[in-house]
Design a protein around this ligand. Structure first.
Ligand code: FAD
Length: 281
């Protein structure tokens, strides 16, 4: 990427208006870690948004609001009942990148290895996006697919995300497979389970890395809803429901191995989520 100009706005409206006037050549810099992955000959005007007031994690009664400029390191350090993004932050590459990379930057542009889009799509919640107007949208709508994501964000600024607090009858787990310890993901799987009357009331499963854009497995989820909160149900998962998806194996994996890995990890995260929902961990 060639930077032909550089501005440092201090107001969200100023940053957006500038980006809007530039169109395709505008490039917000938050942590700046993705600049490396932008086409080498692309000419951009960098809009450094790191001075905008979008920092920090605010605990609310049923949720947590995370400013877009909050670093992955700060998310990792946050310890509070019901806050679970720190689990994904611990699996994020290495401390150097965690120190610089922001949650907004991680979800504004989705690479196959991006951790937080997979996690947020599973937890759902809200996202505030500001262009000429501000909108608060459901994360699941924005991250439905790459088109909805592109349309919702465009050149606008993500201000914050708000995710639900994990309550007593709920469980969450995130699995990330890499070939070497700080390598890009070969397969990521996140799951969430909510119990009611000792049955699975809600279950969400999202797969990343092996698809271009993270994918929720709605049919598989539906097949588990209403089942008893018993680990044996995971031995009967109908994995044929995955046959219709086009997998992109990474790191030289064969397609067969890739599918096998994903199935194994789905089971693992579901077991961990159920354990937590049952209060066993
Ligand atoms: C070697 C290496 C390995 C990595 N491994 C992983 C990994 O395993 N998992 C993982 O999840 N990530 C990984 N990353 C980080 C990831 O690829 C992104 O580079 C990073 O998350 C972007 O965050 P940032 O704050 O640096 O954003 P920037 O690079 O500053 O910006 C990224 C994009 O988002 C836009 N943007 C930034 N903030 C906002 C905002 N608030 N509103 C709207 N648009 C915005 C920018 O215009 C740009 O297009 C890795 C990075 C490197 C360099």
């Amino acid at each position: 990427m060639k930077i032909k100009d550089f501005v440092i706005p201090t107001k969200i409206s100023e940053a957006y208006e500038f980006a809007h006037s530039l169109g395709q050549s505008a490039y917000y810099i938050a942590g700046g870690t993705s600049a490396y992955f932008v086409q080498a000959n692309a000419e951009k005007v960098a809009i450094d948004i790191s001075k905008l007031p979008l920092f920090g994690i605010t605990a609310k009664r049923d949720s947590f609001r995370i400013g877009a400029l909050t670093t992955i390191s700060d998310i990792m350090k946050k310890e509070e009942d019901g806050f679970i993004l720190n689990r994904a932050a611990k699996k994020f590459v290495n401390q150097q990148i965690r120190n610089i990379s922001t949650i907004g930057g991680n979800i504004a542009r989705v690479f196959y290895w991006s951790d937080f889009p997979v996690v947020l799509k599973t937890l759902d919640g809200k996202i505030k996006i500001t262009g000429f107007d501000s909108k608060i949208l459901k994360i699941s709508d924005v991250f439905h697919n790459s088109t909805t994501h592109k349309e919702a964000i465009g050149n606008a600024i993500i201000e914050y995300i708000e995710i639900p607090r994990l309550l007593k009858n709920m469980g969450f787990s995130y699995s990330k497979e890499t070939r070497i310890s700080s390598g890009f993901s070969s397969a990521t799987v996140a799951s969430f389970i909510e119990l009611k009357d000792n049955k699975i009331k809600d279950v969400r499963i999202t797969i990343g890395s092996v698809f271009i854009f993270p994918m929720r497995l709605f049919e598989l989820e539906n097949s588990l809803k209403g089942e008893p909160a018993d680990f044996s149900i995971f031995n009967k998962i109908n994995f044929n429901l995955l046959d219709k998806y086009k997998f992109n194996p990474r790191d030289g994996m064969s397609l067969e191995y890739c599918k096998h890995l994903v199935k194994t990890r789905i089971k693992d995260v579901l077991v961990e989520s159920l354990k937590e929902a049952l209060g066993e961990k």
